[in-house]
Design a protein around this ligand. Structure first.
Ligand code: IPE
Length: 272
């Protein structure tokens, strides 16, 4: 059984000028970095995932998290409580470094990847996107480009500066771009129950039953962990946009997800 089905051609790698809905793919910071060691890449995963994305034949918009490039700096400089210019500069520099390495690796694998930096183009209100002209992203995708956007520190109309997570960016893009499906690549096989088994399907009606197992932020994570992610994706499911949480730490999972193959994962949708 297919996990989801693209309405597009299999050969043009997204260059079919806007006729095929893009897949919105989030890769968590813990997949791309070693979360235990500040500013440490997981180059093996970055290279492997870039290769899997290069092999896929759907247009893709990528969003990635910060992992050890961003969370430790945001925490150290109390960005959430008392933001200052030093914290802004250091946190942005860290996420930018991760984005640059990921984008360059994608390019080396043959993907026309371009980094898009929220600090330069997005206005937030209390950590939620308030204003962002995503037409540029739409047109880049139509042109055959794979935009690579990241969690970032951004200008905030109330707080001066705030952290915007990859999941918040995902929510906004899902609502404003017409996407086929959302994929969230994490370091676990989806959302796990109390016996560490994957919960195959979460809907607004069964969320209450599974809610207790889903953990929030741990360690240096400043943006909400798995619980935050599921809550964001459930809101989207209610407006008809489906998503899949899967394990991007394992070989071929990103490629299989992008191909619509059934993989061990949690699907989040509006209906049973
Ligand atoms: C956080 O982004 C951005 C900053 C801390 C600046 P995410 O919240 O999306 O990062 P991960 O995926 O949890 O690492």
């Amino acid at each position: 059984m297919l996990l989801w089905k693209s309405d597009g051609c299999k050969t043009c790698k997204g260059r079919c000028k806007g006729r095929v809905k893009p897949v919105l793919l989030k890769i968590g910071g813990s997949v791309l970095t070693d979360k235990g060691r500040e500013c440490t890449f997981n180059m093996q995963n970055i290279r492997r995932i870039a290769g899997e994305i290069a092999r896929a034949s759907v247009p893709i918009v990528i969003v990635h998290g910060a992992g050890s490039f961003g969370h430790p700096q945001a925490k150290k400089h109390h960005i959430q409580q008392n933001p200052d210019t030093e914290g802004l500069v250091k946190t942005h520099r860290a996420v930018l470094e991760l984005n640059t390495v990921f984008v360059e690796t994608l390019q080396e694998e043959g993907v026309a990847a371009i980094g898009v930096h929220p600090l330069n183009c997005l206005l937030a209100k209390r950590g939620i996107v308030k204003q962002w002209g995503v037409e540029i992203i739409k047109r880049l995708v139509d042109f055959g480009v794979t935009p690579v956007i990241h969690g970032d520190v951004v200008v905030d109309t109330i707080d001066g500066i705030s952290v915007i997570s990859g999941d918040r960016i995902l929510t906004y893009l899902a609502k404003t771009l017409d996407v086929a499906v959302i994929g969230a690549g994490t370091v676990v096989d989806g959302v796990l129950d109390k016996n560490e088994k994957t919960i195959p399907h979460i809907t607004p009606s069964n969320f209450k039953d599974v809610s207790d197992y889903i953990g929030g932020s741990t360690g240096d994570d400043v943006t909400g962990g798995m619980r935050g992610k599921v809550l964001e994706l459930l809101k989207l499911a209610e407006s008809g946009i489906e998503s899949v949480i899967f394990n991007a730490n394992l070989n071929n999972m990103v490629f299989n997800f992008l191909s619509g193959e059934a993989i061990p994962a949690t699907r989040i949708s509006g209906a049973e």
